[in-house]
Design a protein around this ligand. Structure first.
Ligand code: ATP
Ligand code: AMO
Length: 457
């Protein structure tokens, strides 16, 4: 493959060797008796030159003409000889090898492109042509070929892998819960309804109910990475209608801080692991410059009341018993960064009014809860809590929140046969990738985003 070329020529002591490569035509230009083709395989590029030789035995004029006529992005097989160029090749990722082409076969011809890949690679603040988001997303299969996009989804893959690795190392069991449910778990308005064999059903808004029932079933510690569906009606930079939820749930002995400890260790592990993705981080940085994430170990924990106090000290009046608006969350993120030098922090002990029905009220003050949100750069990536494990209180809270209790009867019943105190959290994968990389829109970290206006490709 292309990426091996430089190592191979070093091994051969700069001796030319014959190659046969499959790659895309990244760029091509003809100049009289020669054609300069830049070949690309994923993000690696190499220059391939076709010279018409004297007797036109190897490369004829016709061949040069043919090579220059092949459309950009076509997939080709090229034969040639890899040599060390007289000077390093400018503009290619592979600089110490050049290919002297002897033949080219078009495997699959590319139709005229909806946009130029070079334009799609341009920094958002740079001069020159840009490709707008809808054009990119309409043609996502081409847009994803850019180095930054290749890197974003490799980093996202690492986020999932590190999450799984860390929890497996702590004896969590990976589970797979149904995505077709009888009712909602997070409240009614953002639920996709559907017919299930003639009955009313909906797409799971989270694995909440099932992951808790797995705890009632004595699995002790469970996690899931899977799709989550929300019928979000408004079009924001951070909401999708389908996203990947990374959830865990576990029993606790004494205190919901045991849950915060797991989150803390998990995320420090993930952030440390992501630092190894140097090439990918650099590729994202080239197109979407961002400040590396600052985080503390252990992570910063503030109570909701401490957050309200910090806001107050900075002239922002926040009701201590009401949820934070997106704007106030951002401001708090900025104030926390200034005061504590961290982009990542946990805010816990949220007011009861701001949390879902299953959240455990604080034992010392029922206006608050044993719950938390976690933020990166002032935006929420995690919600979680200790859960109510008493069926009577759970029923009461579900009714108070206007839930249709008939759809969650079996869930409530599951706590009637002896239930361990427990809790957990849900993490949005696309939000972690977006905010870790300082991207400005969740569509950049969703391979094929589903939002209120987009159902294809
Ligand atoms: P989640 O629903 O996942 O908890 P979230 O980030 O949507 O994650 P919410 O608790 O729903 O968080 O809302 C937090 C704040 O975000 C709300 O106070 C509200 O101001 C804002 N918000 C939530 N949903 C939307 C939306 N669809 N459009 C605009 N703002 C929203
Ligand atoms: P919550 O509703 O806060 O909590 O969701 C958990 C996390 O999922 C992500 N998220 C989203 N990502 C993209 N688009 C959306 N529309 C969207 N909505 C949420 C966020 C959020 O922090 N059952 C609880 C979790 C728990 O308590 O265990 C829940 O679903 O990163």
């Amino acid at each position: 493959s292309l990426s091996d070329l430089e190592a191979k020529i070093q091994e051969s002591g700069a001796e030319p060797f014959v190659v046969r490569l499959r790659a895309r035509i990244h760029a091509v230009r003809g100049k009289g008796k020669s054609a300069f083709v830049v070949l690309r395989d994923r993000t690696a590029t190499v220059q391939c030159v076709f010279f018409v030789d004297k007797e036109q035995k190897v490369v004829s004029k016709g061949m040069v003409k043919y090579v220059t006529s092949v459309s950009k992005e076509s997939v080709v097989d090229v034969t040639g000889v890899a040599v060390v160029p007289s000077s390093p090749v400018e503009g290619c990722t592979i600089k110490q090898v050049e290919i002297q082409g002897t033949g080219m076969f078009v495997v699959s011809k590319a139709a005229p492109l909806p946009f130029d890949i070079a334009d799609a690679c341009r920094r958002e603040d740079a001069e020159g042509a840009h490709v707008n988001q809808d054009t990119r997303l309409d043609n996502r299969f081409i847009d994803l070929r850019t180095p930054a996009n290749q890197a974003i989804f490799r980093i996202q893959s690492a986020v999932g892998q590190l999450f799984r690795e860390n929890l497996l190392s702590k004896d969590f069991v990976e589970i797979h819960t149904p995505k077709i449910m009888a009712g909602s778990s997070e409240g009614g308005s953002s639920v996709f309804e559907l017919k299930y064999m003639g009955r009313n059903a909906c797409l799971a808004q989270s694995p909440q109910l099932c992951k808790q029932m797995a705890i009632c079933a004595d699995f002790g510690k469970v996690f899931e990475i899977g799709p989550v569906f929300r019928a979000e009606k408004s079009f924001t930079h951070r909401h999708l209608c389908e996203f990947v939820g990374m959830d865990f749930e576990m029993t606790i002995k004494e205190h919901y801080f045991e849950l915060l400890d797991v989150i803390d260790e998990l995320f420090v592990y993930m952030f440390d692991g992501l630092k190894n993705k140097k090439e990918e981080l650099e590729a994202v940085n080239q197109q979407y410059p961002f400040e590396p994430l600052e985080y503390l170990r252990p992570s910063l924990r503030l109570t909701f009341e401490e957050g309200v106090q910090l806001l107050k000290e900075n002239g922002i009046d926040q009701d201590p018993f009401d949820d934070l608006s997106t704007e106030v969350e951002r401001t708090l993120g900025r104030l926390v960064k200034e005061k504590y030098k961290t982009d990542f922090y946990i805010l816990h002990r949220y007011p009861l009014a701001a949390r879902p029905f299953y959240t455990m009220p604080a034992p010392d003050d029922p206006r608050y809860t044993n719950s938390y949100d976690v933020f990166i750069r002032g935006e929420e990536i995690i919600s979680g809590a200790q859960r109510i494990h008493d069926p009577a209180l759970l029923t009461e809270r579900a009714k108070a929140k206007g839930m249709d209790v008939s759809t969650i009867e079996s869930y409530i019943k599951s706590f009637s046969f002896g239930a361990h105190p427990h809790g957990g959290c849900g993490v949005g994968l696309e939000r972690v990738a977006m905010l870790y990389l300082g991207l400005n829109n969740i569509r950049k970290s969703s391979m094929f985003p589903r939002d209120p206006q987009r159902l294809t490709p």
